[in-house]
Design a binder for this molecule. Structure first.
Ligand SMILES: [Fe+2]
Length: 257
């Protein structure tokens, strides 16, 4: 995988464009809430779909389906701790890191992540870890739906083109998730050539740091599955894939592809 310093200028500019495009899709009250008066940001479907529109001060959106919607595959306590402790900590740490740097408050989260080198060295790693953590989890919750849903015809065609079939894509996601040593994520991304690819990142790195655009991210940190699955990460990955909101992924594909 490319180094952070290899991010292309074109990709960064695209990140800024996508951020602006994402914000434009939000309802007027969402834009207001995200930019004014310390009010909670809007958490409508569009806002959750596009983590790229998030901006300082960041906050923790409620879980779209609550903590018990994925039982028995993902237990309620895991959901509660994952969202209320882990994700909440990323949001808190991100806000804390940026608090003294108002020059970055006007940038969308994806623009920050696409150009980490622009940040002061003193907060760069903290923003990488916690900004990535916030973006990754915002996408994770927004692309989960109890029982899953079906991809659009255009996404189906792209999956057929690049993977042969949905089964092959899912197996690829399982394998890349299993191969990730330690903590990280398995991804379905659009690469710099506009192709669908399956990839993996370490820790809380987001594909946008490496010039790819994430459509779907699967958390393979132990905190996502250990209570229920113990060390059986592959079983967790297969269980998670039953609950992918491919309709939401298709909307991202339609906008970002
Ligand atoms: Fe997580």
């Amino acid at each position: 995988m490319k180094n952070i310093s290899a991010i292309s200028r074109r990709r960064f500019l695209r990140g800024g464009f996508l951020a602006a495009f994402g914000a434009a899709l939000l309802r007027p009250q969402a834009i207001h809430a995200a930019s004014c008066c310390g009010l909670k940001a809007d958490h409508s479907a569009n806002a959750q779909l596009l983590f790229e529109s998030l901006q300082y001060p960041y906050d923790l959106a409620p879980l779209p389906h609550g903590t018990e919607a994925f039982v028995p595959d993902i237990d309620a306590l895991t959901m509660e701790i994952h969202h209320g402790r882990h994700h909440a900590a990323y949001v808190r740490n991100l806000n804390s890191a940026l608090a003294e740097y108002p020059q970055f408050h006007g940038l969308k989260l994806n623009a920050l992540l696409a150009d980490l080198d622009a940040l002061p060295e003193s907060i760069r790693q903290t923003v990488r870890d916690n900004g990535g953590g916030h973006a990754n989890h915002a996408l994770y919750w927004a692309t989960m739906k109890p029982g899953g849903s079906q991809p659009s015809e255009s996404l189906k065609a792209a999956i057929a083109k690049y993977f042969g079939a949905m089964d092959a894509l899912e197996e690829s996601l399982v394998q890349v998730g299993l191969r990730r040593f330690g903590s990280g994520w398995a991804w379905l991304n659009i690469n710099a050539n506009g192709e669908l690819v399956v990839n993996s990142t370490a820790n809380q790195d987001n594909p946008i740091m490496f010039g790819e655009t994430p459509l779907l991210g699967i958390d393979v940190w132990e905190h996502a599955y250990y209570l229920n699955f113990k060390n059986r990460r592959g079983d967790y990955l297969k269980a998670f894939l039953k609950h992918v909101d491919w309709e939401a992924v298709s909307k991202r594909f339609a906008i970002l592809g």
